[in-house]
Design a protein around this ligand. Structure first.
Ligand code: T3D
Length: 263
């Protein structure tokens, strides 16, 4: 299943996709987009996959768009920045946010440019303490993209969003955690094991309910209270009809661990 630029491995209900251009800090090319897109779609459709982990090989998560692939501003043969977003980054962000399984982003090292915002589109972000997030765009005369202007004000507030976008300084993993931009900054020596343990824990959980939890939280951005309450009632109706709900209640009554099947 692995391609040249994205490695794919599956074990114990967890599908791991690793961006694999370590010598270029896993910068995104069109080939990376194509392989990542196909890998995510396959994982979403695969009944054996209950959790997806996205990470990077080597010392970086990713340095964002491969600037060598961009071409000069006068090179008429390369698509402009806006059309690259429409063709590659926007579909990727929409795909990640529509996946039915929990998506963990394991930020093993720097996440710069579009890659920082692709991380923010994932459901849970774990970062190694030595990792950082860099809205690198203003350093090269661009604006935050791949959802950055959407996630940042919602996650860290307007003042911090403006500061990180304009100054384009690194945000450390611990700062990102303290600001509510990510779920957890983990000491480097515990990072790999922590991500493995959290992914395994989710993979053994009621993954049908996770799909509905994701929908409820993601759609809350579009709704007022009345609409959100109605959505909760509809999705809870669905959750209440799953085998996992019956099993969860039975396990509670019988004082034993639940055995969830994800349906
Ligand atoms: O036009 C459009 O497509 C619009 C969409 C834009 C989306 C974006 O993501 S724009 C933002 C693009 N990313 C950046 O501007 C970040 C560029 N990289 C850096 O600023 C630095 O590399 C880092 C701060 C991330 C890390 O610095 P450092 O000192 O640890 O590593 P380095 O020495 O700069 O990089 C190591 C190698 O990776 C180096 O290659 P070499 O010289 O050893 O062969 C470097 O050129 C390469 N590399 C790093 N980032 C990129 C890259 N190669 C291509 N594209 C990159 N983005």
């Amino acid at each position: 299943m692995s391609g040249e630029t994205v490695l794919i491995a599956q074990s114990g209900g967890v599908t791991r996709l690793t961006l694999n251009r370590p010598d270029k800090l896993n910068a995104f090319t069109l080939a990376v987009h194509a392989e990542l897109n196909a890998g995510l779609q396959a994982a979403n459709a695969d009944p054996q996959c209950r959790v997806i982990v996205l990470t990077g090989a080597g010392r970086a998560f990713s340095a964002g768009q491969d600037l060598a692939e961009v071409g000069g501003p006068t090179d008429a043969s390369t698509p402009d920045a806006g059309s690259r977003l429409e063709k590659a980054y926007n579909p990727l962000v929409k795909l990640i946010t529509s996946l039915e399984k929990p998506v963990i982003c394991a930020v093993n090292g720097i996440a710069a440019g579009a890659a920082a915002n692709i991380a923010l589109a994932c459901d849970l972000v774990y970062a190694a303490r030595s990792a950082s997030f860099l809205q690198a765009f203003a350093r090269i005369g661009l604006i935050p993209d791949a959802g950055g202007t959407y996630w940042l004000p919602r996650q860290i507030g307007f003042a911090r969003a403006m500061g990180v976008a304009l100054f384009a300084d690194k945000v450390t993993a611990r700062q990102a955690e303290a600001w509510g931009m990510i779920w957890e900054a983990v000491p480097d020596d515990a990072f790999a094991a922590t991500v493995r343990e959290r992914a395994a824990r989710l993979a053994a959980g009621p993954t049908a309910a996770y799909r509905l939890i994701k929908q409820a939280l993601r759609r809350s951005f579009e709704h007022g209270l009345a609409d959100q309450l109605a959505l909760e009632a509809a999705l809870q109706g669905e959750a209440g009809r799953t085998r996992d709900f019956r099993e969860g209640v039975a396990a509670f009554i019988e004082k034993r661990p639940a055995r969830y099947e994800g349906r």
